[in-house]
Design a protein around this ligand. Structure first.
Ligand code: NDP
Length: 337
């Protein structure tokens, strides 16, 4: 058994020494439990939050405890009446090769799922986040302009593609020309702007001649500064994530833009709403699974993964993900199956 534990709480960007690789005996399942062998581990931006002990919507990982994370596993040994050896399950084993479970919270994926890792991405938490945030809070309408950043990540890519299905003009924002090309040529966005460009704000303004009706917020920071003056009257802003600030240790330099933000919200009657997918929408997973399953099957939604082999590479991959070094949904493959 190998596992990554949290060795120290990062100050700013996490570093390799914040994680410690430990070896231990493979755990023994008791009566009523299963032994799970991790095949895929999902890496997600929220993990930076769990490494910190600042108050949040979930408790932090304790120092010395296994890093948390969504996993796709196979039942290696079963002493539980509802699970049999070899079955695939979606669970929350974290950054380790084996785990024991009493079955609570495990979702069965069958004996031979076609793309088992997709339940960590397009057919799972990030896809569900895109779907609910855009459709329930964003309320996109035909002909409206939708803007989304982190446009090639699992959330942003899905938001933009659903926006196209709903008849919006979709403008993506991504880091670098290769990601921007992918957003337009593969995902079908109308345009995609590189947020690293010096004249990013001007480029975004000319990409949105009719203003912005829905801004799906994934990143915050300079991107939001450029978006704010372009928001239309009655715009909707689902606040999903603020990844540009997850490693921040201080508030950004002034001037204080809060009065500008509040004044814009007031004068333009903008609706801005945060949400946490599991806590706010857990009860609606069924409608998502049904509609997204159909869209993916029909080829209406495309999905890109970045599979990285080896549990040893997880810390570097998470550090990179927070800086935009990933291209697509990051999944660590621990074993071939
Ligand atoms: P991604 O795979 O899209 O990874 C994050 C991306 O953010 C990077 O690849 C990078 O893309 C972009 N990014 C990083 N730093 C900056 C920066 N300074 N400025 C602009 N862009 C930056 O992650 P996900 O799709 O998994 O998640 C997207 C967002 O959704 C995150 O904020 C996450 O926290 C949030 N989320 C929220 C949930 C909720 O319940 N509210 C649930 C799931 C996710 P690029 O190189 O293109 O800039």
């Amino acid at each position: 058994q190998r596992r990554w534990v949290l060795a120290s709480r990062p100050h700013g960007e996490p570093v390799a020494d914040d994680f410690r690789l430990e070896e231990a005996n493979v755990p023994e399942p008791a009566e009523g439990e299963v032994l799970l062998r991790t095949i895929y581990l999902s890496l997600d931006p929220y993990m930076r939050g769990r490494m910190s002990d600042a108050p949040s919507y979930s408790p932090p990982v304790e120092l010395g405890a296994v890093m948390v994370g969504g996993t796709v596993s196979r039942v290696e040994q079963s002493r539980h009446p509802n699970f049999k050896t070899g079955e695939w399950v979606l669970g929350y084993s974290g950054w380790q090769t084996y785990d024991v479970s009493n079955g609570d919270g495990l979702v069965k994926l069958g004996d031979a799922p076609e793309h088992p890792s997709w339940s960590l991405g397009i057919l799972g938490m990030p896809g569900f986040t895109a779907y609910m945030g855009l459709l329930d809070i964003g309320q996109p309408k035909v002909g409206e302009t939708l803007v989304v950043a982190a446009a090639t990540g699992p959330v942003g890519a899905t938001v933009g593609q659903i926006g196209k299905l709903k008849g919006c003009r979709v403008v993506g924002i991504a880091g670098g020309p290769e990601k921007c090309r992918h957003a337009v040529e593969v995902l079908g966005f109308d345009l995609c702007i590189d947020h690293r460009a010096k004249d990013f704000a001007e480029q975004l303004a000319s990409a949105c001649p009719a203003g912005i009706d829905v801004y799906y917020e994934n990143v915050g920071g300079k991107v939001f500064d450029a978006v704010l003056p372009l928001l239309n009257t009655s715009a909707r802003v689902p606040v999903c994530g603020l990844v540009s600030g997850y490693n921040a240790t201080d508030l950004p330099d002034g001037p204080d833009r809060l009065p500008l933000l509040m004044g814009t919200l007031l004068k333009k009657r903008i609706r801005m709403q945060g949400f946490i997918i599991g806590q706010d929408y857990g009860h609606r997973i069924g409608e998502f699974q049904e509609e997204m399953g159909r869209w993916v099957q029909e080829g209406k939604i495309k999905y890109r993964e970045q599979i990285i082999d080896g549990l040893e590479n997880a810390p570097a991959a998470l550090i990179g993900l927070l800086k935009g070094e990933n291209f697509g949904k990051v999944v660590i493959r621990l074993a071939n199956d």
